[in-house]
Design a protein around this ligand. Structure first.
Ligand code: MG
Length: 342
């Protein structure tokens, strides 16, 4: 018999993701997107590292229904991985292990603005991550957070990315790898015109903050990049907190339409607009109620709780059994009953 499985991720473990054309697809080949959160820089002494714990991750999964998180491991800045490798790697691995246990996706983010200057360290790190985690479908590698405006795609980022990707693929043949682009990962037009070839499951990140003028022009650039053939994820973005804020709504509609997964900045209580928690509230193990969340935190919780990034079910009447009699021994869920099997 034929059973078409739907993408129902509520309590099920994360399945393998892959890139098919300009879309990220699930294990059934269906385009899919997920909503979730990025943690803050992991650096020693920067204030956000206290949230890198399993209880906080589990709270986001159970209370916010996040399906994907991002561990933003600081690299070259003070207190980051170069200065303090054991502390930062331990924090990241805590989140990765908790995400695997919870059945959600986790992005291992080399959170750098100058990654091409630390290629040797990046290769050593990602070889270790691929060895430890390459067998888990939950894990996504983000190898360069935000190249700056003076950084060249063909001369700096692409050669770096090809070297790191080769090292990962020598160990892990298949997990998604996400690559940044110049100008804080807004120049997705550059890899679209000159993509990395020779490897499967390569996607590119597009970062956007409506407060910083990232509006329709950047959505148009993203759409053009996808039309040119590359797949996108939005591994970092920041909403306006105002309910109904039109640019936030427009970006989320764009992500839903195009199956672009997104993780918002950031799980933190720093006194800045992007924190999901009220300033200096602590509460590092979760347990937040509405009064503990910033306006952006409330907005993001609402987005995560209501995200539907799955492809619509096949239309009724499509006969994929080629007129042969079939029987159905089980159903996947209420949306994918046996009627879709014939
Ligand atoms: Mg793998």
């Amino acid at each position: 018999m034929v059973l078409i499985s739907g993408a129902s991720y509520g309590a099920t473990p994360a399945g393998p993701l892959s890139v098919n054309g300009n879309k990220i697809v699930d294990q059934y080949g269906q385009p899919v997107s997920f909503a979730g959160m990025s943690f803050f820089w992991s650096n020693d002494g920067w204030g956000g590292s206290k949230y890198y714990n399993a209880d906080c991750l589990n709270w986001l999964v159970s209370d916010w229904d996040v399906k994907i998180v991002r561990a933003a491991m600081g690299v070259e800045d003070t207190g980051g991985y170069i200065d303090s490798p054991a502390n930062n790697k331990d924090r990241l691995k805590t989140l990765v292990d908790a995400s695997i246990a919870a059945g959600v996706y986790v992005i291992i983010d080399w959170h750098s603005h100058h990654a091409e200057d630390y290629q040797t360290e990046a290769i050593d790190f990602f070889e270790e991550m691929a060895t430890t985690y390459g067998g888990y479908d939950n894990v996504i590698y983000e190898i360069y957070n935000e190249p700056l405006s003076g950084c060249s795609w063909p001369n700096d980022i692409k050669p770096y990315a090809e070297a790191v990707i080769a090292a990962i693929r020598a160990i892990d043949p298949d997990n998604l790898i996400v690559v940044g682009s110049p100008e804080w990962s807004q120049r997705v037009d550059l890899p679209a015109a000159d993509p990395i070839t020779g490897y499967i499951n390569i996607a590119y990140t597009i970062h956007f903050y409506p407060d910083m003028g990232h509006t329709q022009w950047l959505r148009d650039r993203g759409t053009a990049a996808m039309n040119a053939g590359i797949a996108l994820m939005a591994t970092e973005w920041g909403p306006k907190g105002t309910p109904g804020h039109e640019e936030t709504v427009a970006w989320m509609d764009w992500c839903e339409l195009n199956y672009v997964s997104h993780t918002a900045w950031a799980v933190n209580d720093k006194d800045e607009p992007w924190s999901i928690l009220d300033p200096w509230i602590g509460m590092e193990t979760g347990g937040w109620d509405a009064n503990d969340l910033s306006t952006r935190g409330q907005r993001l919780k609402d987005i995560c709780l209501n995200w539907d990034g799955t492809a619509p079910p096949p239309p009724e009447g499509v006969n994929i059994a080629l007129n042969q009699p079939t029987a159905c021994s089980s159903i996947e869920n209420a949306s994918y009953d046996s009627a879709y099997a014939v």
